[in-house]
Design a protein around this ligand. Structure first.
Ligand code: XMP
Length: 342
């Protein structure tokens, strides 16, 4: 809209002034904040921006390709995709404790990003990105999609939970460690403003209005040890659940059940149960569907999804994903249950 257009012009001018003819690196995760920051900075300085997208192999179905298609394909931004899935899966082998898994994923993520950023800082000649190679004279800025609530939280203005139940990884201190200056063009915006900005910059509505997805990704949605086999089954089951949520419209509100829920996903349970298919007996894995409604993610109610939708989803998962023969629905609210299962 008109107002947003004015805002974009101003923000673009500010970024150009701050950056001058220097180079900027940004860690792209596919999440809303880093995506909008990337689109805005790219609008301002084009090829002076290089995005680094670390793929830990724990993303959802086709998610990595979708990020590349959007940023490298449609926006023509310079994006380096680092496929680190083997590294992550290797380090996670045999690890079952949820906090341990979070720590490993967080540490590797920082390591991989830092290594890539160091190359860009050094101005590696002809660094090979998905978008072709080019001599980069050496980056001096690190851009982050920090938004206003993040600023307030780290400033201590907002009271933090007395006890941290789950460790979260926001990559603090990276610019200092890398010796880069910080560029944070979304610092003054609230989440709904970031979303509106994303749409105005041409990002697809579905990308900008997505449910939150945890940094450790499917790593905390596969209970216990993370294996590629489990991640592959989970990705396919989850894609079916999300598709059904998007396609099922609530007649009372005219909204999809994806919009009517705050977060919805599938959890992989590494247990097998007996089933029957045709003339045979099956002995396969179980998944749980989780869907909640919440305004602050501190407390949450399980969503009263229509039975017909649950039935369709379960039927499709069991029919289409060989290896899963049972689907359950999680009817626990937070507290005492948390939203994620780990
Ligand atoms: P819980 O499971 O604690 O989750 O009720 C509350 C919200 O936080 C998200 N979450 C995470 N986000 N890294 C993240 O970036 C994490 O390790 C993590 N653990 C939970 C969760 O998806 C929900 O939105």
């Amino acid at each position: 809209d008109w107002q947003m257009g004015g805002y974009i012009d101003e923000a673009v001018a500010k970024i150009r002034e701050q950056v001058g003819d220097e180079e900027v690196i940004l860690g792209l995760s596919g999440g809303v904040d880093s995506s909008v920051a990337a689109a805005l900075i790219h609008r301002a300085i084009g090829d002076q921006l290089t995005c680094v997208f670390v793929d830990h192999g724990l993303l959802r179905l086709n998610e990595g390709d979708a990020v590349m298609e959007m940023f490298a394909g449609k926006l023509h931004a310079r994006v380096i995709r680092v496929d680190a899935s083997e590294l992550f899966l290797g380090e996670l082998a045999g690890v079952t404790d949820p906090e341990q898994k979070r720590k490993i994923i967080g540490r590797l993520f920082v390591d991989v990003f830092k290594a890539e950023a160091a190359k860009l800082k050094a101005g590696t000649e002809g660094h090979k990105g998905e978008n072709g190679s080019r001599a980069v004279k050496g980056a001096t800025f690190l851009a982050q999609g920090t938004i206003y609530p993040d600023v307030v939280e780290s400033g201590g203005t907002k009271t933090k939970k007395a006890t941290t139940i789950k460790s979260h990884h926001n990559v603090g201190g990276l610019p200092e460690q890398l010796g880069l200056k910080l560029l944070e063009p979304l610092r003054e915006l609230f989440k709904d403003e970031v979303r509106a900005l994303g749409v105005a910059l041409g990002l697809p509505h579905d990308m900008v209005y997505r449910h939150p997805f945890p940094g450790p990704g499917l790593g905390v949605r596969i209970l216990g040890e993370v294996k590629k086999e489990y991640a592959d089954l989970l990705r396919r089951a989850d894609a079916i659940f999300i598709e059904e949520l998007r396609n099922t419209i609530d007649p009372a509100t005219g909204k999809s059940w994806y919009e009517l829920t705050s977060q919805a996903f599938t959890v992989f349970l590494p247990v097998k149960s007996v089933g029957v298919m045709g003339d045979g007996r099956t002995y396969d894995y179980v998944v749980a569907l989780r869907a909640v409604q919440t305004s602050d993610f501190m407390t949450a109610d399980w969503a009263e999804l229509p039975y017909a939708m649950l039935k369709r989803t379960s039927g499709r998962i069991i029919n289409e994903v060989r290896g899963i023969n049972r689907v359950t629905y999680d009817v626990s609210s937070k507290p005492p249950a948390t939203i994620e299962w780990e």
